[in-house]
Design a protein around this ligand. Structure first.
Ligand SMILES: *Cc1c(COP(=O)(O)O)cnc(C)c1O
Length: 355
């Protein structure tokens, strides 16, 4: 039995894999593969419409928020957001909480000015900054709600009076927050809502159309909104997998229910880390992520022994990111509680064996 703690691409519900596999052979008993139907057929339009409306429903979005499925992954949004929202002389405010924030900042600088209003860089991004002020004359404020590599997460979403943008790639739809408080949300699908190849963008209509530059057609959110997220051929299979995953999430009770499960999983694993003499958590306790649990072993030998021991016992994907080392167990929505139970048992029996 395999227990998949990969950080992304990552685990999806078993039923999604089965349904997606079936659709590749024979989509909805049409005798056709999902991969060979035109995107402008009603067969695919139904998929796109259901995916978009499931996002609206699960996130409890108001009518001013538009839902798009776009190419290019979250990294394209690092550029597309400032291209659509930031004039050359304007300033965008950023919270710098990790590598993904840093990359978003780098791209924003290509289009305008950046004001880093807070950063935890000096502490190797081991906490979420609390005391900072967002200038009212900035065009927008950008945060990364969950820092996939370091294992920190904004437990309290700040309230701001300017347009509010979030990269939610690694905790989208994992917990109940007020999604309407954001003017633009983006997330690569491959961590919590589907497979690689598509990006979810939720954008509030009234922040668009205010920059002076000419935006290339394919980069202008307004064109995608106008065309119902079908400006060009969308990544049809990736959208189909997202739709199936969103259906699954709705079936199990939506965000509120999956949040309970995610809380239980995180609590179980952090309890073990805190009580096991061989392991240590790496970030500030109050900022610990419920999606990516980062920890280290007391020394390098224990680290490599545990990696070997856990691998033998079916644990996959807990080696930490190449930039931070140690361990990272990702507990995305689709990861069952049983997998965390097994990991905790393995950590505990490893410690008893080590004496
Ligand atoms: C994985 C990740 C990204 C990058 O996503 P791509 O789809 O590979 O571009 C960006 N931000 C966060 C927070 C991530 O976890």
């Amino acid at each position: 039995m395999i227990h998949n703690f990969n950080a992304g691409p990552s685990i999806l519900p078993k039923q999604v894999f089965a349904q997606a596999a079936e659709a590749i052979q024979n989509y909805n008993n049409t005798g056709l593969s999902i991969l060979e139907i035109g995107h402008r057929t009603s067969l695919f339009e139904d998929v796109m419409n259901e995916a978009r409306s499931l996002v609206k429903e699960l996130m409890l979005l108001d009518d001013q928020h538009e839902v798009l499925f776009l190419h290019g992954g979250a990294s394209t949004q690092f550029m597309q957001v400032p291209m659509n929202l930031l004039n050359e002389k304007d300033t965008a405010a950023f919270a710098d909480t990790g590598i993904w924030s840093t990359k978003a900042i780098k791209e924003a600088r290509l289009f305008g000015n950046v004001d880093i209003v807070c950063s935890s860089k000096e502490a190797n991004y081991s906490f979420i900054p609390k005391d900072f002020a967002v200038p009212n004359d900035a065009k927008y404020f950008h945060i990364t709600t969950n820092n996939t590599i370091y294992g920190t997460q904004w437990q309290k979403i700040p309230s701001v009076s300017i347009p509010f943008i979030a990269d939610m790639s690694s905790d989208i739809l994992s917990r109940s927050i007020d999604f309407n408080a954001f003017d633009l949300i983006y997330a690569g699908a491959q961590k919590n809502i589907g497979c690689a190849g598509v990006n979810l963008v939720v954008v509030k209509n009234n922040i668009l159309g205010k920059v002076k530059r000419t935006i290339p057609t394919i980069m202008d959110y307004r064109n995608h909104i106008k065309e119902g997220s079908m400006l060009n051929t969308p990544p049809v299979f990736a959208i189909y997998v997202s739709m199936l995953t969103l259906r699954w999430l709705k079936e199990i009770g939506g965000v509120a229910e999956v949040e309970k499960l995610n809380n239980a999983k995180a609590k179980m694993l952090y309890n073990e880390i805190d009580s096991n003499p061989l392991f240590r958590g790496t970030v500030a306790t109050e900022d610990r992520s419920k999606m990516n649990v980062c920890f280290t072993a007391i020394d390098k030998e224990v680290e490599s022994n545990f990696l070997e021991f856990s691998t033998k016992n079916g644990i996959v994907g807990i080696k930490g990111h190449r930039s931070s080392g140690g361990f990272r167990a990702s507990l995305y929505n689709a990861l069952p509680l049983e997998s965390v139970q097994i990991l905790v048992e393995i950590m505990s029996s490893f410690a008893s064996k080590a004496g």
